[in-house]
Ligand binder design. Sequence first.
Ligand code: ZN
Length: 88
Amino acid sequence: MTRFLFWLALAFLVLFAIRSKIRGLQQRARSQQQQQPPHPFAQANRRVEELPDAEQMLCCAHCGVYYPASENVPAKGHDYCSHAHATI
Ligand SMILES: [Zn+2]
């Protein structure tokens, strides 16, 4: 009878050890997921949204350069980066 109780206690101890090990691994996985930084592109988009006075950029119809909308030279229904490109 004592042998049976010994093996029964040993089986419970092994089961308890396995369950606690699995719980530890799950908690470590959860904490690692929470510590991961957000995607770099998501951070870049957030930075652009945080800039209240970020200026819109336009593409020149002649040379394809992007320039601030405040320097736009509209002509013939298109946007140009300079008067030289607008008159060509
Ligand atoms: Zn241009």
